[in-house]
Design a protein. Sequence first.
Lengths: 308, 457
Amino acid sequence: MVLVLLAAPLLTGFVRKVKARLQRRRGASLIQPYRDLRRLLGKEAVIAENASWLFRTAPYLIFALTWVAASMVPTFAGGLMFSWTGDLIVIIALLGAARFLLALAGLDIGTGFGGIGASREMMIASLAEPAMLMIVVTLALIAGSTELATIAGYLETGAAGLRISLALALVAFAIVALAENGRLPVDNPATHLELTMVHEAMVLEYSARHLAMLELAASLKLLLTISMIVAIFFPFGMAGGGDGLIDIAACARGGLVWGGKLAAAGALLGGFETAIAKMRVFRIPGLLGIALMLGLLGTLLLYISQGL
Amino acid sequence: MNRWEEGIARLAAGATLLSLWGEVGRVHIAVLEGDAISHVVRDCPDGRYPALGARFPQAIRLERAARDLYGLDPIGLPDRRPWLDHGRAPNAYPFLPVEGEGLHQIPVGPVHAGIIEPGHFRFTCDGETVVRLEARLGYVHRGVERLMAGADLDFAAKLAGRISGDSTVAYAIAFAQAIEAALDAAPPRRALWLRAIMAEIERLANHFGDIGAICNDGGFPLMQAHCAILRERVLRAAESCFGHRLMMDCVVPGGVKSDLDLDKIKIFTAMISEIRERFPALVTLYDLTASLQDRTNGTGGLRADLARGFGAGGVIGRASGRDFDARRSPGYEPYEAAAFTVPVRTEGDVNARVWIRIEEVEQSLGLLTQWLETLPGGGIAVDLPRSTGEGIALVEGFRGDIFLWLAVAGGKIRHCHARDPSWFHWPLLEAAVEGNIIADFPLCNKSFNGSYAGHDL
């Protein structure tokens, strides 16, 4: 759980580095996100005059919710401390709650940008979450469980074989992941243009430790989503477990493989973001609609192929 | 009919208003009809004159500015609010009222999230759609006209080069041309050629910057990264040949400051061939990136009649069907003898403005190649006589036509007025944004790229 927390900023730094190199820039150091966090933690927090208690507590709650969600995703080993407590639906609900709080906090101070950001975020969320649920249904039908570790374990055995439904779910999941994490083409994490922001617009009024919490939460969320994708769709090389005994060597191997998978996914993300421009706000529903339809199609195909 | 009324009759007949400006107790207008610039002065001892703004909306902001700066009261002006003088409405600038159900206002600026010049934009939106945009400018007012009055020519030339830093060469040329017209001096031919070379280099650098910045605001930083490299290449060549990256203070009244020898010409030739090699790939990248095209096509459309009515210069006008370029008409040396075309498009959207810039880059490269091969010999500057006179210049900067009028007496400037092309671009931006979604504003704004400093004076 702590490892996830420590690794999250590194992934963010890595994606930024990849993008910078692709733009022929040298780019900031890989550990720059850590430095940013330290700098933010050392600063005095400036809070808008008309901010309520919600504005001040939201960052901690958002961070806590995201962290708990991250702890339920199997990273390099199957049997995690918390994986018995929650399944995919709980993870989605936790992230949804975090997003709800963030939108409330954005609205709380009553500035124009917070409002714009919150309304856009809710529009995206209302389309991304059904798509996500369709994907979960597909996976649950294949693996017979909504628990991530079980799904990963089942898929790792290869019993599922190659299924069209899985491929559809992967594409849908990738689209949802881009939207959830505020990446291009849905939102631009590197923009300085107030009017085009979604996630950044909601956190525009935050500073110091509050901003640090939100940035860390955003990094965690990126790590969580990528881990989820690799755990479900590329589960090879994961250390077993679940029987309570932890095999150190297997864990180390699993950790290395996980790191490699994250790096590959980060590089892919960086490459994709370099090659594409941001989408017009009103085109986003179309994109997420595709994800929803793919998820639905995946489920339907399963029913047909299983002859239920 | 006196000359003032004649001038107004010309405007009504479709001539272009170049500028309207004040002095204490006098108001000036300059009108362009065909190739001819007519300049009319009206004495108003009581500080009042009949406003043009009621009939010609392009004059409204100029009249408001003249009232703020010189106390000239335009009688019958529909918009009575101050413009450049923020002291007259310190806290509550009355923005135009907007009424309707579900409308909300979004104030943006004057301090922005990026490092850009200050300006306040007041959006009234219906959801994501912009119903009205109103800009408030004047935050970088430095009192240029007041500083010019009584300044000697050296200082005034430096000042002119700093009215808008990104078009320093164009402003310096405009100032030098106006001085030379006022004092009846003719700079050597080699100096004219060198000025034009600098002007085209400035255009190249700025167009590269703009093309990249527009794409970046569409969320496509790759293009900006590549354009920034080309821009840097141009600026470095300028530094090694003229001694300053932006070529600030390289053009002086009477000629130019530094000469080009054969080695320096070689530096430019190498720069041109490098751009010719690398730029086409970027144009293809722009043209074939579907996600970027989706953003620029049809966004921020500017109607042709508005562009014509406001006399929108430069890229903005030419992207909306206004076939005007001060280099060709009225024209000045050495453009008159040079072979170049003025690209014009009619779509008027962001994409058209990008394409005009791309095509102008190609034209500038062609012009540079011609001039570097046929650079005339001779001196690069003449001494100016200490006489008295008035002069006008109309010079095409990278944004559009810069108009400059000055009166000089005994080696000192009596009065100098410079009108940046942005004076007419800013109100048109408000029109172009209307009906677009608010998230597209940065894209529209960057495709106009109005100057704040040049406008705020």
